[in-house]
Design a protein around this ligand. Structure first.
Ligand code: ATP
Ligand code: MG
Length: 419
C-alpha cells in the first residue's frame, strides 16, 4: 500500500469530530464580530511569498513547497495566508478607500521537521482587518481571541504574550544597534544567525539556539528604540486590555517570524503541548500592503494553528459528546426498505442523524450493528408495526424497549435525547 507523505495529515473521523467542533466555535465567534469569510487559493506565484513573507525567513529560505508550472511559472503552496489575503483584496480593489474585516480557514504547507503539533500540512484560521490605524483594532483582535478560548473552555490553559516592535523607522535604528553589538560576537552565533546578521538581524532575537540566546542577554533592548507613537499605541492597547480584564505578559523579546510586522505583536501560548506551544500568533503589519505594491494601508490580524488547538482541546476535554449517529433503523425484510427509508427521512428533517441498516439479516444481527454504530436509539420496524402504524424504539443506553405510534415517535426520542 502507498502511504501518506511524511508530515501530511490525515484527520480521522474521531479527531475530525473534535476538529469540526473547534472550527465551528471559532468561526462562530468571528462571525459574531462581523468578520466575513473568504476563500483563497492554495497555490500562488512564489514571488508573492518572497515579497510578502520576506526573503530572510525560515519559511522562504527552507520551508516552501515550490514547483514549476507547465508553462514555467514558479508557484508555491501557500505557507501562510496573510500575503494571499492582501494580494486578493488588493487585486479586487477591496482595500482602496474602505475597511475590511475578513477570515479564512484551510491548509498551509511548510517543509519542517514533523513532530507532535508540527506538520508539513497544517491548518490555520486566519483573521485580518485593513484600514484601521488605531489600537482599538488590536484590542478587538485580542478580545476576540479571548472569546475563542472562553467558548472552547480553554481560558485557563493559554496565556497572552505581547510586545511592540515599533514603526519601521525605529526598527531600522534598532537594527543598526543590534548589528553593532553582535558583529564582534559573530563567530559564536549559530549558523542561521550568522547569515541573518547581514540579511535580517531582528530575526536573531527569535533564534531557538541556546548559545545565541545567551549572547543576546546583554544586547540592546528593542524597547529602548521604540518611537513615541508606537509607545503611545502600545500603552493605549495595554490600558484597554487592563480595563477589559484581559491578562497578558509583556515579553520584550517577542518578535514574530515573519518580516511584515510593525507595532503590536502577540502570541497565545500553552504549556500543555511541549515545545509546540504557540496556538495563535499575530500582530500589526502596517507596511505589508505597500510592500506588496499597493497603497499604504494599515492592517492587523492573527493566525491560529487549528491542529494544535484540537490537540489542546483533546487534553483538556477528554470525552467528546456528540456522536455522529443518533438513530439506527432496523427492518424485518427487504420489502419494508421503502418504509424504513421514509421513517429515516422524516427524522432527518427533524435534525436527527439517521442510518438505515444495510445488508439484511435478522434483528439480532441488525441490533448488533446498531450498537456498534454509536447510535442512542434503534428503531425496529417489524410486520406488526407496519400494520399498526407503530415502531418499536430501543434505547441502546438502557436497553429499554417500547412500541409507540409513528405520530408519537418524534416526541418520544427527543424528550430523552436531550442529554
Ligand atoms: P512556530 O514558532 O511554532 O514554528 P510560527 O511562528 O512559524 O510558529 P506562524 O507562522 O505565526 O507560526 O503561524 C501561526 C500559527 O500556526 C502558529 O502559532 C501555530 O499554531 C501554527 N503553525 C505554524 N506552523 C505550524 C506547523 N508546521 N504545524 C502545525 N501548526 C503550525
Ligand atoms: Mg515556524
Amino acid at each position: 500500500m502507498v502511504q501518506a507523505v511524511r508530515g501530511m495529515r490525515d484527520v480521522l473521523p474521531q479527531e475530525a469530530r473534535r476538529w469540526r467542533l473547534v472550527e465551528d466555535a471559532v468561526t462562530g465567534v468571528l462571525r459574531s464580530f462581523a468578520y466575513e469569510e473568504m476563500q483563497l487559493p492554495l497555490l500562488e506565484f512564489t514571488e508573492l511569498f518572497s515579497r510578502g513573507v520576506g526573503e530572510a525567513t525560515d519559511i522562504i529560505e527552507k520551508e516552501m513547497y515550490t514547483l514549476n508550472d507547465r508553462d514555467g511559472d514558479s508557484l508555491s503552496l501557500r505557507p501562510e495566508g496573510t500575503a494571499s489575503c492582501v494580494r486578493s483584496l488588493q487585486e479586487h480593489g477591496l482595500l482602496y478607500n474602505q475597511t475590511q474585516k475578513v477570515f479564512y480557514t484551510g491548509p498551509m504547507f511548510r517543509y519542517e521537521k514533523p513532530q507532535k503539533g508540527r506538520y508539513r500540512q497544517f491548518s490555520q484560521i486566519g483573521a485580518e482587518a485593513f484600514g484601521f490605524q488605531g489600537p482599538d483594532l488590536d484590542v478587538e483582535l485580542l478580545l476576540m481571541c479571548a472569546e475563542f478560548w472562553r467558548v472552547l473552555g480553554l481560558t485557563d490553559f493559554v496565556q497572552l504574550e505581547l510586545n511592540t516592535i515599533g514603526a519601521q523607522a525605529s526598527r531600522i535604528k534598532y537594527r543598526e544597534a543590534l548589528v553593532a553589538f553582535l558583529m564582534p560576537l559573530r563567530e559564536q552565533l549559530d549558523e542561521d544567525s550568522q547569515r541573518r546578521l547581514t540579511t535580517n538581524p531582528m530575526r536573531i532575537l527569535d533564534s531557538k539556539n541556546e548559545t545565541t540566546q545567551a549572547l543576546l542577554a546583554d544586547a540592546p533592548s528593542l524597547a529602548d528604540y521604540v518611537d513615541d507613537d508606537s509607545l503611545a499605541h502600545f500603552n493605549s492597547l495595554c490600558a484597554s486590555l487592563d480595563e477589559g480584564g484581559l491578562t497578558y505578559v509583556v515579553n520584550p523579546r517577542l518578535v514574530r517570524g515573519l518580516d511584515y510586522y510593525t507595532h503590536t505583536v502577540f502570541e497565545w501560548t500553552t504549556n500543555a503541548l511541549g515545545s509546540q506551544g504557540t496556538v495563535c500568533a499575530g500582530g500589526r503589519y502596517d507596511g505589508l500592503v505597500e510592500q506588496l505594491g499597493g497603497k499604504a494601508t494599515p492592517g492587523a490580524g492573527f493566525a491560529m494553528g487549528v491542529d494544535r488547538i484540537v490537540l489542546l482541546h483533546e487534553q483538556v476535554h477528554q470525552d467528546l459528546p456528540n456522536p455522529s449517529v443518533d438513530v439506527y433503523v432496523c427492518f424485518a425484510q427487504e420489502s419494508m426498505m421503502r418504509a424504513a427509508q421514509l421513517l429515516a427521512q422524516n427524522l432527518r428533517e427533524d435534525q436527527f442523524r439517521v442510518r438505515v441498516h444495510m445488508g439484511g439479516g435478522n434483528f439480532k444481527k441488525q441490533l448488533k450493528r446498531a450498537d456498534g454504530s454509536g447510535a442512542r436509539w434503534a428503531l425496529i420496524l417489524g410486520e406488526q408495526e407496519l400494520v399498526d402504524g407503530t415502531v418499536t424504539v430501543k434505547d441502546l443506553q438502557t436497553g429499554d424497549q417500547e412500541t409507540v405510534t409513528n405520530a408519537a415517535l418524534r416526541g418520544h426520542i427527543s424528550s430523552e435525547t436531550t442529554s
